[in-house]
Design a protein around this ligand. Structure first.
Ligand code: GLC
Length: 430
């Protein structure tokens, strides 16, 4: 099981990654060569007193959401209306994420459903969450650096997405909608938590993708506090195993998004599949054959891993059921099921350890004397749903900062990417 031992990090290794990450942050901020882009948001934290009804668009994957949010002041908010719609639907014969689609068509498609959730004759300020690496020169301007997460629509890379949205609104005659801010989903998550919690100063997504932002005490642009989107999924100073290298080689963007490929929900199933395939080839698993599912890329999903890890029965009946129904393996000894569980557990544990390491780097950067309390606002399916994920993450952080009880807390901030766009619009408007 040496193969799996490489996935287990000691506390010393975690701390070493944390300091490399911290160095990459300072290098990125100083404009030196770094895998962390450290993108400015031109936003700081809300006061919690912002009030009003705002329109938000949340675009971070193949589903887009439009919502109206009422900010009530005193840190309270509620979602009034919400619509979610896919950008591709084979049944209906459209795909706005393919290279054959022009950016202007994609943005018009996004603008179209807005009207259906708005009160007639009322004007709205709009916050736009656009969760792809984008360079901002102001709060309402964001040039897409590169598509991630399988979106390939033409004519958007290198363009200002706020302008594309503005043009689409004009075409749809939605002149009563006024775009105020473009933000990343991590920034939305932080804004949402900070609206009601003054200790929140780090926002993170642990879902299909992975990324973290934080409140930089002194932005290199203004010398004032500013939220920085690190695009930390691209962090690359990590010890890759042969399995990671194989996954990277076969991925859409080889050499990029290294951390995201080790920790993100989009990849952990595939990484597990690659390891299982190697075990089968080495005759350590399923001696009777080569089950198709383990030889087909991206067939193992994060939900499967969650199912395997949720099985707490002594003879792993859940894993046995999964093998029968999904993998067509009708007879597997307990030993094999245990090996499978160990593989899934190793992949997930490393994901948690790496993310904890990056949070440690951020905490030491913003608070070298460890003097203040910090809340890390987190959204995403891994943190919310993967068995043991949140608890293990908290335990690692608690251990690292054991001399400072209460120093850091993590908090599930659901729907922060959408609500945060409304908060951003309100901050800009004030
Ligand atoms: C990808 C994107 C990043 C986003 C993250 C989570 O890493 O590049 O901008 O925050 O996914 O959605």
């Amino acid at each position: 099981m040496q193969a799996l031992a490489n996935f287990m990090l000691s506390e010393t290794q975690i701390l070493d990654i944390a300091s490399r990450f911290q160095k990459a942050m300072t290098d990125g901020l100083a404009g030196k060569n770094s895998s962390l882009k450290m993108l400015p948001s031109f936003l700081t934290k809300p006061t919690g007193q912002e009030k009003g009804v705002y329109l938000a668009v949340d675009f971070g994957g193949t589903n887009v959401r439009v919502l109206t949010v009422e900010l009530q002041g005193n840190g309270a908010y509620s979602t009034l209306q919400r619509r979610s719609f896919p950008l591709r639907d084979r049944g209906k014969g459209y795909d706005f994420t393919s290279p054959e689609t022009a950016g202007s068509d994609l943005f018009q498609f996004i603008a179209e459903p807005m009207d259906t959730i708005l009160v007639p004759n009322q004007s709205y300020s709009l916050g736009f969450t656009f969760s792809f690496p984008s360079r901002q020169a102001g709060v309402n301007q964001a040039v897409l650096i590169k598509w991630t997460k399988e979106i390939q629509t033409s004519g958007v890379e290198g363009r200002d997405v706020a302008e594309l949205l503005q043009k689409a609104l004009a075409v749809r005659n939605l002149t009563r909608v006024m775009p105020m801010a473009v933000i990343n989903d991590t920034v939305g998550t932080l804004l949402t938590a900070a609206y009601g919690d003054r200790h929140a100063d780090i926002g993170s997504i642990c879902g299909t993708g992975h990324n973290t932002c934080y409140l930089e005490p002194s932005s290199p642009i203004t010398g004032q506090p500013m939220i920085i989107n690190m695009e930390s999924g691209n962090f690359n100073e990590l010890q890759a195993t042969a399995y990671d290298l194989q996954l990277d080689r076969q991925s859409q963007l080889p050499g990029e998004q290294c951390l995201e490929k080790m920790v993100g929900g989009q990849y952990i199933g595939e990484l597990t599949r690659i390891i299982i395939q190697d075990f089968i080839n080495k005759k350590l698993l399923f001696a009777s054959g080569r089950p198709e599912i383990f030889y087909t890329p991206y067939q193992i999903k994060a939900e499967h891993i969650a199912g395997i890890l949720a099985d707490k029965s002594p003879d792993l009946t859940g894993v046995s059921h999964w093998l029968k129904t999904i993998c067509q393996i009708h007879c597997s000894p307990l030993e094999e099921r245990t090996t499978l569980r160990n593989i899934a557990s190793a992949v997930i544990t490393r994901s948690i350890q790496l993310i904890a390491a990056t949070y440690t780097g951020v905490l030491k950067h913003i608070d070298p004397g460890l003097e203040h309390r910090h809340t890390i606002a987190i959204d995403g399916s891994l943190y919310e749903l993967m068995p043991g994920y949140a608890d293990k993450l908290n335990n690692i952080l608690k251990n690292i900062f054991k001399d400072k009880p209460g120093f850091v807390t993590t908090k599930l901030t659901k729907d922060g990417s959408g609500v945060g766009a409304a908060i951003a619009a309100a901050i800009v408007e004030e």
